[in-house]
Ligand binder design. Structure first.
Ligand code: PNW
Length: 482
C-alpha cells in the first residue's frame, strides 16, 4: 500500500494545498470542444471501477433513527427540519423494491455499486443484531455478485449521516464509546457480509456531517458550535481507524478472487474554495480548505489529528491507528465555493465566516451549486501527493429536468481523464446517484437520480431512465461492460 510515501514531501503537499485553495492558481477553464471530442475513460485498466452510489436511509424507507426524529420535529426546538415537511419514511422504498435497483445498476453496465447498510436497522438496540435484516442485505449482495451481464462488486458503506436512537441518546459521536460501538458494528458487518464484499467504505463525509450537524446546525443534532464540531470530527477519525482494523480482522474472505479480502477507504467530500476577491478572501478560503479538505487525509497520512478552527479550537493529538487505514481515498465532489469573507462574523464567530458568491457566467444546479468540473481536476491533482489510489465515490447534479446531467457526466469524466493523464491514480468513478432519493433537508427537491421517481404521483415508485442513462451506458460500453 503506497500510503504515506509521497507524503514525505510536505513542501509538495503545501504547494498543492495552496494551489487548490486558490492561493496562486491560474484560472482554468475547460474548452467545450475538447470535452465534446474527448474519448471518455480511454486507457483505464480492466480493473477500473465504474458505478453508481446510493445511501441506505435516503432510499430504503422504513427506518427509525435520529434523522427520523429530526424530520418530525422531535428535537428540542420542536421544529420539523425538511423542505415541504417531507420525510424518508418511504423514500424510494428500496427495502422492498431493491430488485429494481439492482436491475437498474445492471442496465447501466456498472461493475460496482456503492450502497449503504443502515446501522439503526441492523442494530436497533445496543448490541442487538437483526438477522432478518442482515439476510435481506445478503440477498441484495448476492444478486449484485451474480448479476446477469457480469458481476457487480458491492462497495459497502457503513455510516452515512444517520445514527441509531440508542447511540444518539448517549450523545452520538460526542459519546466517548462511539468509536468502539461503531467498530463493533463494522466487525459484525464484516462477519455477516465479508464473503460477498471486498470494498468497504467506513464513513461517508465526516466533514459534511460535522459542518451540517455541529457548525451550521441544519442537521441533527442541530448544534452550532465549531469547537464541538472539531471534536466530533476527531472522534469520527478515531472511529474510522477502529472500524478499518476490525474489518481487516473479521473479513478474511476474498469475494472476487483478486487476491485481497478487503480494500478499505472512506468517502471524503471535497470542495474548491476560491477567493472571490482580495487577500482576506484568500485567507478565509485557505482556512476552509485546511479544515474541510486537508484535515482528514493529513491525519491518515501522518497518524496525527490536527484540526484548526481559528478563534475556536485547535486539536492536535496522536492517532497512530489511522496510518495505513486507507487502501484508497474516496472523493465526493460536487461544487466550488467562491469565498467572500465576512470578517466580523469570522472574528465574533456569529454565523458563517464567509458568504458564497455565485459566478453568473457558470451554470448552477437546481440546488444552486455551481457546476465546475475544473474543480474536480484541480482537487484530484492536489490529492495525488498522498499516494493513495483515488476513487471518485460521488459526483452528481441536482437536475429535476434531466437536462444538465449528460453534459455534467461528460465534463466530470473529462476532468478525471485529464488528471489521470497527469499521473493521478484514479481507479474508479461512481455517479451520485442511481435513483432519485430523500435529499436530507431538501426532501425530494434535489433530484440526483440517473433514474427518476415520481414520489408524489406514482405509488409504484417506478424507476424511469433519464437521458443520462445513455451517457453512462456509453462509458460502460467503452470499458467493454456492455
Ligand atoms: C452528499 N453540502 O452529501 C452525500 O453523500 C449524499 O448523501 C447527498 O445526497 C449528496 O452529497 C448530494 O447532496 C452532501 O451542503 C450534502 O455541502 C450536503 C453538502 C455536501 C454533500
Amino acid at each position: 500500500m503506497p500510503a504515506g510515501g509521497p507524503y514525505a514531501n510536505p513542501a509538495l503537499l503545501t504547494l498543492a494545498a495552496i494551489a487548490a485553495a486558490g492561493g496562486c492558481h491560474k484560472p482554468l477553464t475547460f474548452d467545450q470542444q475538447d470535452i465534446d471530442h474527448h474519448q471518455m475513460l480511454a486507457g483505464v485498466g480492466p480493473g477500473f471501477l465504474l458505478g453508481v452510489a446510493t445511501s441506505a436511509y435516503q432510499i430504503e424507507g422504513g427506518n427509525q433513527n435520529d434523522w427520523t426524529d429530526w424530520e418530525r420535529g422531535r428535537y428540542a426546538d420542536g421544529q420539523p427540519h425538511v423542505a415541504d415537511g417531507a420525510s424518508a419514511s418511504r423514500a424510494a422504498d428500496s427495502w422492498n423494491l431493491w430488485r429494481q435497483d439492482v436491475a437498474a445498476v445492471e442496465d447501466l453496465g456498472a461493475n460496482v455499486y456503492r450502497l449503504g447498510i443502515e446501522w439503526s436497522r441492523l442494530e436497533p438496540t445496543e448490541g442487538a443484531w437483526d438477522t432478518a435484516a442482515a439476510a435481506r442485505y445478503r440477498e441484495m449482495l448476492v444478486a449484485l455478485r451474480t448479476a446477469r451481464r457480469h458481476p457487480i462488486a458491492p462497495m459497502l458503506n457503513l455510516y452515512h449521516f444517520t445514527l441509531p436512537h440508542w447511540l444518539a441518546a448517549r450523545g452520538g459521536w460526542e459519546w466517548a464509546g462511539a468509536p468502539e460501538a461503531f467498530a463493533a458494528f463494522a466487525a459484525r458487518a464484516a462477519d455477516a457480509f465479508g464473503d460477498l464484499v471486498d470494498l468497504w467504505c467506513t464513513l461517508n463525509e465526516p466533514n459534511v456531517y460535522v459542518t451540517k450537524g455541529y457548525i451550521a446546525g441544519q442537521w441533527p443534532p442541530g448544534v452550532r458550535d465549531p469547537a464541538r464540531g472539531a471534536r466530533v470530527l476527531a472522534r469520527l477519525l478515531q472511529a474510522h481507524a477502529l472500524a478499518a482494523a476490525a474489518i481487516r480482522v473479521h473479513d478474511r474472505a476474498d469475494a472476487d478472487g483478486d487476491g485481497s479480502a478487503t480494500r478499505i477507504g472512506l468517502a471524503h467530500n471535497v470542495r474548491v474554495f476560491d477567493p472571490a476577491g482580495g487577500p482576506v478572501d484568500g485567507l478565509i478560503a485557505g482556512i476552509a480548505d485546511n479544515f474541510y479538505n486537508r484535515a482528514i487525509p493529513d491525519a491518515v497520512a501522518t497518524g496525527r489529528i490536527h484540526i484548526a478552527l481559528p478563534l475556536a479550537i485547535t486539536i492536535d493529538e496522536p492517532a497512530p491507528a489511522l496510518r495505513g487505514s486507507f487502501d484508497w481515498l474516496g472523493i465526493n465532489y460536487y461544487t466550488r465555493d467562491l469565498v467572500r469573507s465576512q470578517i466580523v462574523r469570522a472574528i465574533t464567530r456569529r454565523g458563517a465566516p464567509y458568504d458564497q458568491v455565485a459566478d453568473p457566467a457558470r451554470p448552477h444546479s437546481d440546488m444552486g451549486w455551481e457546476i465546475y468540473p475544473e474543480g474536480l481536476y484541480r482537487l484530484l491533482l492536489s490529492f495525488a501527493p498522498y499516494g493513495w489510489p483515488i476513487i471518485v465515490t460521488e459526483s452528481g447534479v441536482a437536475d429535476r429536468a434531466g437536462k444538465l446531467r449528460p453534459e455534467f457526466i461528460r465534463s466530470h469524466v473529462y476532468a478525471i481523464d485529464r488528471a489521470r493523464a497527469e499521473g493521478v491514480p484514479v481507479i474508479g468513478y461512481l455517479h451520485w446517484s442511481l435513483i432519485d432519493n430523500f435529499e436530507w433537508s431538501h426532501g425530494y427537491e434535489g433530484r440526483f437520480g440517473l433514474y427518476t421517481i415520481d414520489f408524489a404521483g406514482d405509488p409504484a415508485l417506478t424507476r424511469r431512465p433519464t437521458a443520462a442513462v445513455a451517457t453512462f451506458q456509453a462509458l460502460a460500453r467503452g470499458l467493454g461492460l456492455r
